[in-house]
Design a protein around this ligand. Sequence first.
Ligand code: AMP
Ligand code: FES
Ligand code: ZN
Length: 297
Amino acid sequence: MKCTRCKIPAVVALPSHNAAFCKDCYLLFAQRLVERAIKEHQMCDHADRILVAISGGKDSLALSWQLKTLGYDISGLHIDLGIPESSPIARQYSERFCDKYEIPLHVLQMTDLHLSMKEVKKRVKRPICSVCGQVKRYFFNKFAVENQFSVVATGHNLDDETSRLLANVMRWDMDYLHDLGPVMPAKKGFAKKIKPLFRLSEFETANLCFLAGIDYGYAPCPYSSKASFPVYKNLLLDLEDIQPGRKIHFYDGFLKRGRKGFMPMDDEDITVHPCVECGYPTSTGQCGVCRLRSTMS
Ligand code: AMP
Ligand code: FES
Ligand code: ZN
C-alpha cells in the first residue's frame, strides 16, 4: 500500500476517503480537514481568543494540538467532574498535555462547587449523563463569557455528530435537529461554539494523536454505559464499512439540505433573562445549574 500523495509506503488506509497516507501526508490531510471545516463554516480566525474544552481524551487533545499548530490563540478549560474512577486520570492527561505544549489551562473543580457527579448521581433522579452535559455546557459558556473568550471549541468528531443526528432523526426531535451543527453563533449571553473536528472520524482523530505523538488518556466514564448514542455509533460504523464515505455524506447533506426543514415556524426566540442567582441566560427565573445546586445543598 502506497501513500496516495507521495507514493512512499503508507501507514494508514482510509477507505472513506479512498486514500492511504504516510505519516507526514496523513498529518497534512488531517490538518486540511480541520482548516476546511473552519473556513467553510467561518468558525474562527486568528484574532479570536479561543477557549478549548479539554477533557484529556483523544479528541480534545487532537483539537488543541491542531489549533495550536495552526497558530490560533487558544487556552484550555478542564472540568474536573469529581468522578473518582475517571476524573483524576482525565485531569492528569489534560495538565500534562497543556504543560508540554505551553497552552494555558484553567481547571474548574466540581467538588469545590458541591457539584461532583459522584454526589449529583446520588441525589438526582434524571439520567446522570444529561445532568453532567448540562453542567459542562454551563461552565464552558460561563467561563468563556466572563473571561472574554470569543469562541468555545469542543472536540466533537464525525462519529459524535452523526450518531447524535441519527438518534434525533429516529425520535424526530425537532428542537435538537434544528440546533445540531458544527457552529452555534453567539447570542444573548451565550458564547459562539464550534466543532472543528467534525470532518474527522474517531479513528482519524485517534490516528492523528498516534502519528503526532500526543499522549491521550482513556478513562471511560463509569456512569455512561446506558447512553443511547453508542448504539447509533456502532450502526453507523457498520454502514460505513459497507458504504465508505456514508457518514460524512449523511452529515453534509443534513447541513446543506435537511436542517432548514427543522427551523422553528415562527422566528420568535424564547425570551431569556439572566438567572436571578448567577446571571446565566435562562427562560425561567433560576437556571438549571442553580436549581441543581439548591438540590445539592
Ligand atoms: P463528550 O461529551 O464526552 O463526548 O465530549 C465532547 C467534548 O466535550 C470533548 O471533546 C471536549 O471538548 C468536551 N469535554 C468533555 N468533557 C470535558 C471535561 N470534563 N472538561 C472539559 N471539556 C470536556
Ligand atoms: Fe458525565 Fe459520565 S462524564 S456522566
Ligand atoms: Zn443560575
